[in-house]
Design a protein around this ligand. Structure first.
Ligand code: SAM
Length: 295
């Protein structure tokens, strides 16, 4: 079978080459902001996509908010994540967009009648029942849209008082764009090893795992040894992958890099200024994240 290059990816590549630069476009306005997820690659997505070679099937085993998926998705692709309410939400957006749109509009109205009590009511309900539509509402209305869990695995971010949620009309447009874009994708709740187990040489895999050193931000921590073994195995099977992994802030390395013999290239992508610097009014330090390629 001949390899297909997805048309959408070509368009994004063209936009990047027109600027003759690989610096990220922080507004990323071509990717509608659907699921706000910690560690989102939205601001880097165009840059990352510009390094992706041709493929017939795209596989993303640590999906989160799937910023890259908007550019890379082709029918038959596989998108997995270990967090069930998140995958359930993706499936609802794919298969029942009207329900997602109507639910957000209804919850937004209830919120505006009872700020902020309604938010906390939904948060308690979500922590009992794990309804994906409640997760969606919480993500759109919590402080800075940051999904955060306590040690018991409960969603514990607070209500964003000064920004009580995107208007239902705007949300509707975003859901429609994404829903169209992800038709034919298989969303699956499982461990990443399962998701990549059947990958072949015509596939391309993008990994964006929870980084070492950022333990509290995700539901699951990564066993590095197990992860590296999986990458060696893909190398031996001739499967191409890219991995967002670590980086540096100012001149401080955030985590140790990958074993040298695991990859062919490491690219540093500017991802903005350190939030800590901004909050403390300290010097603004540029944060760079690494993209590792095995080709
Ligand atoms: C850095 S986030 C991905 C962010 C995403 N690239 C975006 O743009 O929003 C990492 C994701 O990996 C998921 N995850 C953690 N451990 C996992 C595992 N063992 N298998 C599959 N997914 C896992 C987390 O639930 C989280 O959604």
């Amino acid at each position: 079978m001949q390899l297909k290059k997805h048309k959408q990816l070509e368009i994004f590549k063209y936009e990047i080459s027109k600027e003759n630069s690989y610096t990220p476009r922080h507004n990323a306005k071509n990717i509608p902001s659907l699921i706000k997820w910690t560690g989102s690659k939205r601001s880097q997505a165009l840059t990352i996509a510009s390094y992706i070679p041709e493929y017939s099937r795209y596989i993303e085993p640590f999906l989160g908010g799937g910023a890259l998926l908007f550019i890379t998705a082709v029918p038959g692709s596989i998108a997995g994540d270990i967090y069930e309410p998140l995958i359930d939400l993706w499936k609802e957006i794919q298969n029942d967009r009207e329900k997602v749109i109507a639910n957000y509009a209804e919850q937004w109205q209830l919120l505006h009648k009872d700020i902020p009590s309604y938010f906390y009511e939904v948060r308690d309900r979500f922590n009992r029942e794990h309804d994906p539509l409640d997760l969606n509402f919480l993500m759109r209305t919590c402080v800075n849209g940051i999904v955060r869990f306590n040690a018991k695995g409960e969603f514990n971010n607070s209500f964003h008082l000064s920004r009580p949620g995107m208007s239902p009309e705007r949300f509707k447009n975003i859901v429609k764009k994404w829903s169209d874009r992800i038709q034919g994708i298989e969303f699956i709740c499982q461990d990443y090893l399962e998701t990549i187990s059947k990958a072949n040489v015509r596939d391309f895999i993008y990994f964006d795992p929870p980084y070492a050193g950022n333990k509290q931000r995700y539901t699951e921590n990564l066993d590095m040894q197990r992860f590296f073994e999986a990458l060696y195995d893909l190398n031996s099977r001739g499967v191409k992958w890219a991995l967002s992994f670590d980086g540096n802030r100012g001149d401080v390395d955030l985590v140790k890099p990958l074993p040298n013999d695991l990859y062919k290239r490491r690219i540093l992508i500017k991802s903005g200024h350190s939030a800590v610097g901004k909050v403390l009014n300290g010097p603004l330090e540029m944060v760079q994240e690494s993209l590792y390629l095995n080709y």
